[in-house]
Design a protein around this ligand. Structure first.
Ligand code: SF4
Ligand code: SF4
Length: 251
């Protein structure tokens, strides 16, 4: 999808700055915009203009003719598929050297401010908001790793700790159970300390989904937790072993 940002730059260089994007546009501006639509095929009707701010820029591509910025990526999660959509702003500059220099300056500025990335780029010790409201999918290898960790049989881990729903390609066997059926409920393996901080009860054996989870841009971070230092975690998660097993061994 293309936004109107380039339209405005191309079509209405003499337009007065407008506080309200929905405010009536002067006739001459509309004529310019319509001409622009005719030339480029990009929408310029006020109702079709996307005036949402550009956030979470994912990719900037500069070629000899275009600047393309992909931003505002959204991920819709369904059971075993993730639909990723993003918005795209494209500016065709041809010989607009001033525009190129301006974009280059913005990119340079962003690079120099990399240190200003969201402060939750590292999780504060004890935060585990993502271990609630999020269901890590488990593959055969994940279940086996957890089974080895507990000294349990593969199938026992599967029945005790996994909501079984095979993915279409058979890679995932399901997702980890929660302590209650509510989606925002905690992962069965999540443990907490008296201090109110959380930790993973199977950390070394946690599923790949948890290992690969990235905190960049995480909006659920528990901001009340101190970032400095660490905290001693408590005992690990102890499974309810199936009959006939104790500490992973047959009795
Ligand atoms: S900061 Fe985000 S990713 Fe890290 S533990 Fe908290 S909720 Fe999870
Ligand atoms: S397995 Fe550990 S890291 Fe993964 S969701 Fe459960 S408690 Fe969190």
């Amino acid at each position: 999808m293309k936004t109107n940002a380039s339209n405005a730059m191309h079509a209405a260089p003499s337009a007065k700055p407008q506080e309200d994007p929905k405010a009536p546009i002067a006739t001459i501006d509309l004529v310019n915009l319509r001409n622009y639509t005719r030339e480029t095929g990009q929408p310029t009707h006020p109702e079709m203009l996307d005036t949402a701010p550009m956030e979470h820029v994912k990719e900037i591509e500069i070629t000899e003719e275009h600047i393309t910025i992909k931003y505002n990526e959204r991920i819709s999660r369904t059971y075993n598929t993730n639909e990723i959509t993003h918005k795209e702003w494209e500016y065709k500059y041809n010989d607009d050297a001033e525009m190129v220099r301006a974009v280059a300056r913005v990119i340079d500025l962003a690079r120099r401010h990399l240190k200003d990335l969201p402060e939750n780029v590292a999780c504060p010790p004890g935060c585990a908001e993502c271990c609630s409201g999020y269901e890590p999918f488990v593959s055969r290898a994940d279940v086996q790793r957890i089974a080895d960790h507990f000294g349990m049989a593969f199938n026992d881990v599967l029945t005790q700790h996994v909501v079984q729903r095979k993915s279409a390609d058979g890679h995932y066997l399901g997702y980890l159970k929660k302590i209650t059926p509510e989606i925002e409920s905690q992962c069965v393996f999540l443990k907490g300390t008296k201090s109110g901080r959380y930790y993973c009860g199977i950390y070394s054996a946690r599923p790949s989904d948890c290992r690969e989870f990235t905190p960049i841009g995480c909006e659920d971070v528990d901001a009340s937790l101190p970032r400095a230092g660490s905290f001693p975690v408590g005992p690990p998660f102890v499974p309810r072993h199936p009959r006939g097993m104790r500490n992973g061994r047959l009795r």
